[in-house]
Ligand binder design. Structure first.
Ligand code: NAD
Length: 481
């Protein structure tokens, strides 16, 4: 049982309300601990601590910030085993995924932005008799709110650049997956991060999250989560003129052309569809396949999906774990029912899976593939955020593009082709923030990360993040010749 507490002013604190929320391990269905049911009072305390720490932290040298963030990265690496176990117990994802990918990537985020602190620079613009230079100053106190699907990875993706740029942070992880953020508090203590520079407040979105968003002293909000939540947040931050970055949902197309490397594409499409049980914002869910290879591709993909080893996430052989919660499982099952009502044919999956043993009450669903659903069906338009994909057929490049762009979302697309000219043409015309050609989830932390349309506003990653977390100020100096 894990009794999680807020991390405020460098100390672990109970919530002002004295109330707690039950935490469930989704792979077993059992209670695994509790988290604070924080409210405005806890956020107020966190803001006060951040305020006290701000002038010192914002004036630390880049070198000093680098050293502390680098220590945090190292300590995450050293504690990989317990962080990975916590991540898996909170989310139901395979332990191998947590320990080989997600926790190492969280360490990389801190290391990357540690070096960014050292290398960040600004521009100057010369005129015949004057020079402009742009100061990039920390914003002040910023709010970072993250979702449950890649908990520490996405939390650190925001917190690390915010700290590197010299801000103090009030952050909230998802109430469904809070443990690694809690452990990060311990790591920050050990790494020597001054008290109040990072404050982590746990609780519910509409209560704790909204208190962060509404607080007048929190000058910027970096949010990752659902599109509906993003709308609520921007309706609050808009009239307050708060700088806001929104990384939201997706309904990502995957375009498979007849000249693709067939075997590699089948394997990679299975991976991009079902990694983390389809609960990655970048997962492909609309698989568009050229008619000449459709049946062969469909059958090979179904076979791959059926071979995924589903079960106890702590088993080292497991490739496919549980969904995040009972409520989410019900939501995803609702989409499976809808797909059937809309005339879809279920090629595999479509049903709950009950493992033997300790996970018999967990929230498992088999990887699911539908065909026969047109582009305007709700299942092809709305984000399911689970292991449910659809297959659609296209004749040529024009039709593939029309299908791919027929979506209110625009986060990420993948193209599978050996024709270089086609790759360029299609990548140019696809309406998403990210395009991968013959690969998926190949990440370079310097690149801009984010989506268009209902997938969000703004970009994270590299200088984009450092620019978001700083305020530019132009200084123009005239001199006599
Ligand atoms: P969510 O929007 O329900 O919650 C995200 C976070 O916001 C949580 O910490 C939650 O407590 C908080 N929150 C909820 N309501 C709030 C409010 N009114 N004010 C302030 N905070 C509030 O999303 P989720 O279910 O945790 O995550 C899944 C969603 O996140 C999916 O839609 C997925 O596509 C999206 N996502 C997007 C990206 C991206 O980079 N674009 C990455 C991961 C996940």
């Amino acid at each position: 049982m894990q009794h999680i507490r807020n991390f405020i002013g460098g100390e672990f604190k109970e919530p002002a309300s004295g109330l707690w929320i039950e935490k469930i391990n989704p792979a077993t269905g059992h209670t695994s601990g509790s988290i604070p049911d924080s409210d405005q009072r806890d956020v107020e305390l966190a803001v006060a601590s951040a305020r006290d720490a701000l002038s010192r932290w914002s004036e630390t040298s880049p070198q000093e910030r680098f050293l502390i963030l680098e220590r945090i990265a190292r300590l995450i690496q050293e504690r990989n085993e317990d962080l990975a176990l916590a991540e898996t117990n909170d989310t139901g994802k395979p332990l191998a995924l947590s320990s080989n990918v997600e926790i190492p990537r969280a360490a990389s985020n801190f290391r990357f932005f540690a070096t960014a602190a050292m290398q960040f620079s600004s521009e100057s613009h010369a005129m015949p008799d004057s020079i402009n230079f742009t100061l990039r100053q920390p914003i002040g106190i910023v709010g970072c709110i993250s979702p449950w699907n890649l908990p520490l990875y996405l939390f650190s993706w925001k917190v690390a650049p915010a700290l590197a740029a010299g801000n103090c942070v009030v952050a909230k992880p998802s109430e469904l997956s809070p443990t690694t953020a809690y452990l990060l508090g311990e790591i920050c203590q050990e790494a020597g991060l001054p008290p109040g520079v990072l404050n982590i407040v746990h609780g519910l979105g509409f209560k704790t999250g909204e208190a962060i968003v509404r607080h007048p002293d929190i000058k910027a909000i970096s949010f990752t989560g659902g599109t509906q939540t993003g709308k609520t947040i921007s309706s609050i931050t808009g009239p307050m003129f708060k700088k806001t970055s929104l990384e939201l949902g997706g309904k990502n197309p995957c375009l498979v052309f007849e000249d693709c490397d067939f075997d590699k594409t089948v394997s990679e499409v299975a991976r991009l569809a079902f990694s983390n049980q389809g609960q990655i914002c970048l997962c492909g869910s609309r698989i568009l396949v050229q008619r000449s290879i459709y049946e062969r591709f469909r059958d090979a993909l179904v076979q791959k999906a059926e071979k995924l080893r589903i079960g106890d996430p702590l088993d080292e052989h497991t490739q496919f774990g549980s969904l995040i919660s009972e409520a989410h499982l019900k939501k995803v099952m609702g989409y499976i029912d809808l797909a059937r009502q809309e005339g879809g044919i279920c090629l595999t999956g479509g049903e709950i899976f009950r493992p033997e043993g300790r996970c018999k009450n967990g929230f498992f669903l088999r990887p699911t593939i539908f065909e026969g659903l047109g582009p305007s069906c709700r299942v092809n338009q709305e984000e399911v955020f689970g292991p449910v994909i659809t297959l659609q057929v296209f004749e040529d490049e024009t039709e593939a593009l029309a299908l791919a762009n027929d979506s209110p979302y625009g986060l990420a697309a993948t193209l599978w082709t050996r024709d270089l000219s086609r790759a360029h043409r299609v990548a140019n015309k696809i309406q998403t923030g990210i395009v991968w050609v013959n690969c998926w989830l190949n990440r370079d932390l310097r690149t801009p990360f984010g989506g268009v349309r209902q997938s969000g506003v703004g970009r994270e990653g590299g200088w984009e993040a450092m620019k978001f977390f700083t305020e530019p100020k132009n200084v123009c100096i005239q001199y006599s010749k």
